[in-house]
Design a protein around this ligand. Structure first.
Ligand code: ARG
Length: 462
């Protein structure tokens, strides 16, 4: 039996036992805890710190415990505080006193840092995969609707016509940055802390490089004090998750607006919508609303962890146990949101007729007409003024710009000619033929590039 209370005269208060236990939430680390312990025990055996036979007994016992937990045959005990002590205690039950040798040259401080790093490595990889899947459906939707035109907005006021594909590729670019952030953090997550002990290192001839190699880490930590107290890797994931959720939330917000009867630009698939308990006619965009709402808790988790860290003296403090619930919630929330959002987008119906009409509003080509005047030699500011007056005049007459006669145009500027009627939503779009612009050719090129990158990523696995 592992006992860490020999120096105490009294049992722990029952309320304190519950207060300080983490087994309710750190049990999800069991695979990593066992994996790490197996590598540690085989290193101890290889280095002659324990005998090879003892190492084998320990690793055999740990593997059997893993099976028990996998099958749901393991009884987690709150009085044993956390996942580390629960597993160690079970090891005693299974192999006897030799179990007590596993914790040689190790502390729970470097052990928990290891477990969290292993867990985070897995989470980063899964997150990148899901981001790529989401990006894929965004690109597919753009590709299927290559020629669909929508009004582009600034201040949520109709501004200039754009291609729907161009709009969707904006989200593609945001997701590219998200993927980059998760890829980039990996080199800082992928550092092996074991061997740091409680904080000062350990007085045994251990082989840290061997353990790192066994566990697939790229590097070992270089300062034992930092290694047991550093949670930057959780903060980086949490910050990148907050940014990714913010991107999804912006998209979700737009889908909520676009699917309203006032807009009617898109329709959510029935599988991704819910009904109202009182109003039978309603189809609610709950998936998008939840993605928007859950962004709040991911931000909250980031702030909670930053706050936990901000006043911690070096090195380990029990406050660090508070890193887990919020972090696990962030990982779960982000992964689920990425998956469900991808499904929502993959099944989204675009109402091209409605967006086309909205994009052809009475004054949406005002900038294009100003640019037309610039083409005829007017300085832009003057052209802007002419159009401002024309819009005011049209509004007064209840006429769109297109409905004005050439005489009416000419009364505002004599450089207007009948080619002014050649300006259309399509010419407006295609005139924006600059790198990064909405012209059809530019958008086709961007789509092609996006698909190539995605195919490459899928082949590589990230
Ligand atoms: N459950 C603890 C945590 O999550 C493990 C480390 C405990 N270390 C200690 N010195 N009490 O942080």
């Amino acid at each position: 039996m592992s006992n860490i209370r020999d120096r105490f005269k009294k049992e722990m208060d029952k309320k304190v036992e519950s207060y300080q236990a983490s087994i309710m939430f750190d049990r999800r680390l069991y695979v990593y805890d066992i994996y790490g312990s197996i590598a540690h025990a085989s290193m101890l055996g290889k280095q002659g710190i324990i005998t090879e036979q003892e190492a084998e007994l320990i690793t055999g016992g740990l593997k059997a415990i893993r099976e028990e937990i996998d099958k749901g045959d393991f009884e987690f005990k709150k009085e044993l505080e956390d996942i580390h002590l629960n597993i160690e205690n079970r090891l005693f039950e299974k192999i006897g006193d030799v179990a007590g040798k596993l914790h040689t040259a190790r502390s729970r401080n470097d052990q928990v840092a290891l477990d969290m790093r292993l867990y985070t490595k897995g989470a980063v990889m899964l997150t990148i995969e899901r981001l790529i899947e989401l990006q894929s459906v965004v690109v597919d939707l753009a590709d299927e609707n290559k020629s669909v035109i929508i009004p582009g907005y600034t201040h949520l006021q109709r501004a200039q016509p754009i291609l729907l594909a161009h709009y969707l590729l904006a989200y593609h670019d945001m997701l590219t940055r998200d993927i980059g952030r998760f890829q980039d953090m990996m080199k800082r997550v992928d550092v092996m802390p074991l061997g740091s002990g409680a904080l000062a290192g350990v007085p045994y001839p251990i082989d840290r490089e061997y353990v790192a190699k066994e566990l697939g880490f790229a590097a070992i930590s270089s300062n034992s004090i930092d290694a047991v107290s550093d949670r930057d890797f959780l903060l980086e994931y949490s910050a990148a998750a907050a940014i990714a959720m913010m991107h999804i939330s912006r998209f979700a917000e737009e889908m909520i607006i676009w699917s309203s009867q006032e807009f009617g630009f898109v329709e959510m698939d029935d599988g991704y919508a819910t009904g109202s308990s009182i109003m039978p006619q309603k189809k609610n965009p709950d998936v998008a609303e939840l993605a928007r709402g859950k962004t709040g808790r991911v931000y909250g988790n980031l702030f909670s962890l930053l706050t936990i860290m901000k006043s911690l003296p070096l090195a380990y403090n029990k406050d660090l146990q508070e890193d887990k619930e919020g972090f696990f919630d962030t990982v779960d929330t982000l992964l689920m949101t990425l998956e469900v959002t991808a499904g929502m987008i993959a099944t989204l119906k675009v109402n091209a007729d409605v967006t086309g009409i909205a994009a052809d509003g009475p004054y949406i080509l005002a900038t294009d007409l100003a640019d037309y005047l610039v083409g005829k030699g007017l300085p832009f500011r003057q052209a802007h003024g002419v159009l401002g007056k024309l819009v005011q005049y049209g509004l007064g007459k209840g006429k769109s710009l297109r409905e004005l006669s050439l005489e009416e145009f000419k009364s505002f500027s004599d450089v207007f000619d009948k080619d002014v009627y050649d300006i259309s939503v399509q010419t407006s779009i295609d005139s924006r033929d600059v790198p990064g612009g909405t012209a059809s050719g530019r958008v086709s090129d961007a789509l092609k590039k996006a698909k190539e990158t995605l195919n490459g990523r899928k082949k590589q696995g990230t």
